[in-house]
Design a protein around this ligand. Structure first.
Ligand SMILES: Cc1cc2nc3c(=O)[nH]c(=O)nc-3n(C[C@H](O)[C@H](O)[C@H](O)COP(=O)(O)OP(=O)(O)OC[C@H]3O[C@@H](n4cnc5c(N)ncnc54)[C@H](O)[C@@H]3O)c2cc1C
Length: 587
């Protein structure tokens, strides 16, 4: 007989059932900030975000939103809540300046950070709040890392990045720009002068395609191209541009070329749409701007009429073979399908890697066989005492929210290294909800769309394309949230097993079963033993019990079970997971 598998709820179970929050690398308290937006309390929504992910206005525009993939509404009903855009709404409509009234108790210890990208800035933010003196060394003329030199301004306006940087600076963090570590100043100097060092130097070395002609003039690799665009360097674009790749950098390079005057832009991608890493919303914008994507196409040689400058690219068509290690199907060239395209500029944007050449050998840092600095993945500590590293520098290219998570964890680790104090999250707690308010049209409200500026206005590299939600649209979207952080809590001493909750539930969450129809882990056996006063096997054999259990993943928090229960067994309670609190944080 197939048995129902049940689990006795513990902290982990509760957390896993708040899918969005659990999927976020910094565990942003998503349902709480969405509830705040429903109440039009944008300051609270922003403050909750600022406490967890530090850069809400930035992430609300460009986050890869892993949370939305785990949204219960998306898994159960229709489309996920637009969590990312609601984050932006919290930043758009807040009316206060955060961190103004922070009182920081200073320590005498100093920490140096190499790289002012999101990972370095997030470590700087948290360490400054813990009282350390922080100096961030940055080779570029401006801090921000890829937020300023990678992601284009039409997706992430520069005043938004600037504001986030100012908030970190306001904590007393010193940002020393135009100062690459490895030249006049090296890691050894920093090690002597500071009590700890966090290396967050990113991944800025372009990966090559490895094809003939790649060194010709007019071939500019994606990450370099975006840097030149963003630093407003002089660039010769020409009229026909081909971009190679299927990720963010490729899309950004293609859309930027168009804004900088190219007449025709193609993207060459060696697999199909299904394998493309880029977000569907961005691909939609790429296509509506008139950029043509050639799928199952890969370049095999860069062509030149004069042997100096690119004049074309020879490509071949692919078919897909078996899946590779990452699950994506291998592209296999089809012989005899070669063809040529005339172009003025080729932008290979397939990947980037960290440049570790500035790390002095004498220090003895352990380097992996992939030419990456080795760190303990939990503590971000290298094999050399006092040197920590994180962000894209240790993994290769990822995304902003994951490197912020690295920076925050590394900050905790550096604090432990310097002070011996282990800062842990406070344990979670529940608050009673007297009445759950649920919109009668909850299930009918469709996902709200973000407005964009018309195509004909997308000529400038600095003009933001997405407009964000209007206030009333943000509230409407927030109302769609199923509030998975609210749980039905059962007082089993009151239950008379009438089955009222089973009957009334519109989503068939509850089931009534005999004990021998269900199974569970050790904690379940222990529970049964404590309830019936006999060992689990005995209770099962005697079939003494009927139980009611619930499939939490189907619950929409309508509260009908609470209303129906004749004995007051069920209450609705809100689960609060606290962010790792730093001294001085308000939430
Ligand atoms: C074109 C493009 C588009 C992207 N789009 C998105 C997106 O939409 N969403 C998303 O989540 N992610 C996106 N990403 C990825 C994201 O930007 C990166 O994952 C993230 O910025 C990495 O952060 P980091 O702090 O590790 O490194 P970086 O942001 O790269 O910062 C590292 C900093 O270290 C500095 N540095 C390097 N060496 C030295 C040295 N020796 N001395 C001093 N300073 C040094 C660099 O100048 C740089 O400022 C994009 C990346 C690119 C290139």
């Amino acid at each position: 007989m197939n048995r129902f598998h049940v689990q006795v709820p513990n902290q982990r179970w509760f957390e896993e059932n708040i899918g969005c929050e659990n999927a976020c690398p910094v565990n942003t308290r998503v349902p709480q900030y969405i509830s705040a937006i429903r109440e039009e309390n944008y300051n609270l929504a922003f403050e909750l975000n600022r406490g967890d992910n530090l850069f809400p206005a930035i992430l609300g525009r460009i986050c890869v939103h892993l949370c939305e993939e785990k949204c219960r509404r998306g898994l159960l009903l229709d489309l996920p809540i637009s969590i990312c855009s609601l984050k932006r709404a919290s930043a758009d409509f807040k009316t206060y300046t955060p961190q103004q009234d922070l009182v920081i108790k200073k320590t005498s210890k100093k920490v140096a950070i190499i790289g002012a990208g999101p990972s370095g800035l997030s470590a700087a933010n948290d360490l400054a709040k813990l009282g350390y003196s922080i100096a961030v060394y940055e080779s570029f003329p401006i801090p921000g890392g890829m937020l300023n030199v990678g992601i284009p301004a039409y997706r992430l306006p520069r005043d938004v990045v600037q504001q986030a940087i100012e908030e970190v600076r306001r904590l007393g963090v010193e940002m020393i720009t135009r100062t690459p570590i490895g030249k006049e100043l090296n890691l050894e100097n920093l090690r002597r002068e500071y009590d700890a060092v966090y290396i967050a130097a990113g991944a800025h070395k372009a990966e090559k395609l490895g094809i003939l002609g790649e060194d010709l003039q007019g071939v500019i690799h994606g990450v370099t191209f975006m840097r030149l665009v963003n630093l407003k360097e002089d660039l010769k674009i020409g009229s026909r541009v081909a971009v190679v790749g299927g990720g963010n950098t490729a899309m950004d390079a293609a859309r930027s070329s168009l804004r900088l005057g190219a007449e025709e832009v193609f993207i060459l991608y060696r697999r199909t749409r299904e394998e493309m890493p880029v977000d569907s919303r961005e691909l939609e914008q790429v296509e509506e701007e008139g950029i043509k994507v050639h799928y199952l196409t890969q370049p095999i040689q860069v062509l030149s009429r004069d042997g100096i400058r690119v004049s074309g690219v020879q490509c071949i068509r692919n078919r897909l073979g078996d899946p590779e290690k990452d699950g994506r199907r291998r592209p296999i060239p089809i012989e005899g399908t070669e063809f040529e395209i005339d172009i003025d500029l080729l932008i290979p944007a397939v990947s980037q890697s960290p440049d570790i050449s500035f790390l002095p050998e004498e220090i003895g840092l352990e380097i992996s066989k992939w030419d990456r600095l080795s760190v303990n993945p939990e503590t971000f500590e290298t094999n050399v005492h006092g040197i920590f590293a994180g962000g894209d520098f240790v993994t290769g290219p990822r995304d902003v929210i994951r490197v912020i998570a690295d920076g925050r964890k590394a900050a905790l680790s550096i604090h432990y290294y310097l002070s011996g104090e282990k800062l842990e999250k406070k344990s979670a707690y529940f608050t009673f909800i007297p009445e759950v308010e649920i919109d009668p049209d909850l299930e009918k409200i469709t996902r709200q769309r973000i407005d964009t500026i018309p195509i004909q206005e997308r000529k400038s590299i600095d003009k933001e394309v997405e407009l964000g939600f209007a206030r009333e649209v943000a509230v409407k979207e927030a109302v769609r949230c199923l509030q998975c952080h609210i749980f039905t809590i059962f007082d089993r001493t009151k239950c008379i097993l009438c089955g009222g909750c089973v009957d009334i539930c519109p989503k068939y969450c509850f089931r009534m079963a005999r004990l021998d129809e269900i199974e569970g882990d050790e904690s379940f056996s222990r529970l049964v033993t404590s309830l019936y006063g006999v060992p689990y096997e005995e209770a099962e054999r005697l079939n003494r019990a009927t139980v009611i259990f619930k499939d939490e993943s189907r619950c929409i928090q309508c509260g009908l079970c609470v209303k129906r229960c004749p004995t007051g067994t069920i209450t609705m309670e809100e689960y609060h997971r606290e962010s790792t609190l730093y001294r001085g944080d308000k939430v």
